[in-house]
Design a protein around this ligand. Structure first.
Ligand code: GDP
Length: 457
């Protein structure tokens, strides 16, 4: 989705990076190009303005001009602002209320409301398995979910949700022909309460455009059902229209989050980028396909790195410095020197990595240089994988953690079972640890220079 923008910005930054020193005029010229690139990607004008205004003073600040890699610093500043513009951190669903917790799905017809209802219902009812690690938060608890369609206008709407419910294994409220939306809402609430459902997803009717009648109907349903989450579903392919629709709904209802659909399409990305800034509401989930598992949490930092092509490690390196307490680093360095890096150390590293989002930080603590970090960041692993690896270590006994050499076949099986992974995953982690130890020992032996040479640096 962000290819065009990513390429444009990549070109701008390549030019910046190519220089040793940057003048204020250089930065201004680059920011003008950034501005054009954002506008061409269909980002809302006020958002672009605000963005450039935020970046400029920092980018021409003394720190940047004087730094050894001013181009990198500017990229990092742009990255940080982009992340902030996208909402900063992942916005989880808030399901902390007395059950049945109501999720109200609103939006225009064809935006992907019904599909998204089923996707969310499916994901919530799956609990912590499969992709759940990627979701985390409210998705890490298995919930009993019921869905109900309040769309009495589109003839097949209720039927459509029922079929999706059958496909995903999520129960739907039985259809009573000719029943009106408010009556269905009441019956859905009663049924969910009586049958002990944790979550009730209400899929409302959409219209081709926003009109008063639609708004009133949705507002009445909202007043009756008191939703904990009101999710506005918007089609990313419609660009700024999606943003305007979101704004209109938000003016009338308290929208708590946005589900952006068709992010798998080739839209220019403007909707995804402006949504948060214009509406003040976080994008909580994105739809990335037609299948019911094609739903993902919206990671501002990952989107930003995707756009900025941050195989770039600047931000990771800097975050590493912030995250990793100096003391810990020193303790670890001492252990590394003695070749005593055990599973508990690996566990605490994995946890820190998860905070930072990359492997480069770990290498940052070794006596090594940028090349080492760059080499490791290429092997970037995702958050879900980190969580699984954590689980594997947690399933080990303290003795096994201190001395992983004793972990043979039967222990591996037990650990795999305890952490819900395959034996080969346990093997992989053990090998990773062994490789790290080996590498650390090599570093100790060779010293810094030799290590860089060994990485081809
Ligand atoms: P509703 O009228 O808002 O309920 O919209 P639907 O849920 O019926 O979706 C309309 C169409 O969009 C369907 O054909 C869906 O399969 C498709 N759709 C929904 N979400 C996505 C998505 O994230 N990606 C893609 N490619 N298609 C989607």
């Amino acid at each position: 989705m962000f290819e065009g923008l990513s390429k444009r910005l990549g070109d701008v930054f390549d030019k910046l990076r190519g220089r040793g020193a940057l003048s204020e005029a250089d930065v201004d010229a680059a920011l003008r190009e950034v501005r054009t690139a954002l506008l061409e990607a269909d980002v809302a004008l006020p958002v672009v303005r605000q963005f450039i205004d935020g970046v400029r003073p920092k980018a021409i600040g003394a720190d940047v001009i004087r730094s050894v890699t001013p181009g990198q610093m500017v990229v990092k500043i742009v990255n940080d602002h982009l992340v902030e513009m996208l909402g900063g951190t992942v916005a989880d669903l808030d399901l902390n209320a007395i059950p049945p917790v109501v999720i109200l799905m609103v939006g225009l017809q064809g935006s992907g409301k019904t599909t998204s209802s089923a996707k969310i219902g499916y994901r919530l009812s799956q609990g912590p398995q499969g992709m759940a690690a990627e979701f985390g938060g409210s998705f890490s608890v298995k919930r009993k979910v019921m869905m109900a369609s309040l769309d009495t206008r589109r003839p097949a709407a209720q039927q459509q949700l029922k079929i999706l419910g059958e496909q995903t294994g999520v129960p739907t409220l039985p259809i009573v022909p000719l029943e009106m939306p408010l009556a269905i809402t009441r019956r859905a609430l009663e049924t969910a309460r009586r049958e002990g459902f944790d979550v009730l997803i209400l899929d409302t009717a959409g219209r081709l455009s926003i009109d008063e009648e639609l708004m009133k109907e949705v507002a009445d349903i909202s007043a009756l059902s008191k939703p904990q989450e009101t999710l506005l579903v918007a089609d990313a392919m419609t660009g700024q229209d999606a943003v305007n629709v979101a704004k209109a709904f938000n003016d009338r209802l308290t929208v708590t989050g946005i589900v952006l659909t068709r992010v798998d399409g080739d839209a220019r990305g403007g909707a995804a980028l402006s949504m948060r800034a214009v509406t003040g509401r976080p994008v909580k989930l994105i739809g990335v396909g037609e299948k019911f598992d094609a739903l993902e949490p919206f990671h501002p930092d990952r989107i930003a790195s995707r756009i900025l092509g941050m195989g770039d490690i600047v931000s990771l390196v800097e975050r590493a410095a912030e995250t990793i307490e100096k003391e810990d680093a020193e303790k670890l360095a001492a252990k590394v020197r003695k070749g005593q890096f055990d599973m508990d150390d690996l566990l605490s590293q994995l946890r820190q990595l998860r905070k930072m989002g990359g492997l480069s930080g770990l290498m940052g603590m070794l006596p090594g240089a940028m090349q080492a970090k760059a080499a490791m960041s290429k092997a970037k692993i995702d958050e879900g994988q980190l969580k699984r690896q954590e689980a594997v270590i947690l399933a080990m006994t303290p003795k096994e953690r201190r001395n992983p050499d004793i972990i043979h076949a039967s222990r591996k099986k037990r650990i795999a079972k305890g952490s819900g992974v395959q034996v080969q995953d346990v093997n992989k982690l053990l090998k990773q640890h062994a490789d790290m130890l080996k590498m650390m020992k090599r570093v100790n032996k060779l010293g810094e220079k030799g290590f860089m040479r060994s990485l081809g640096g």
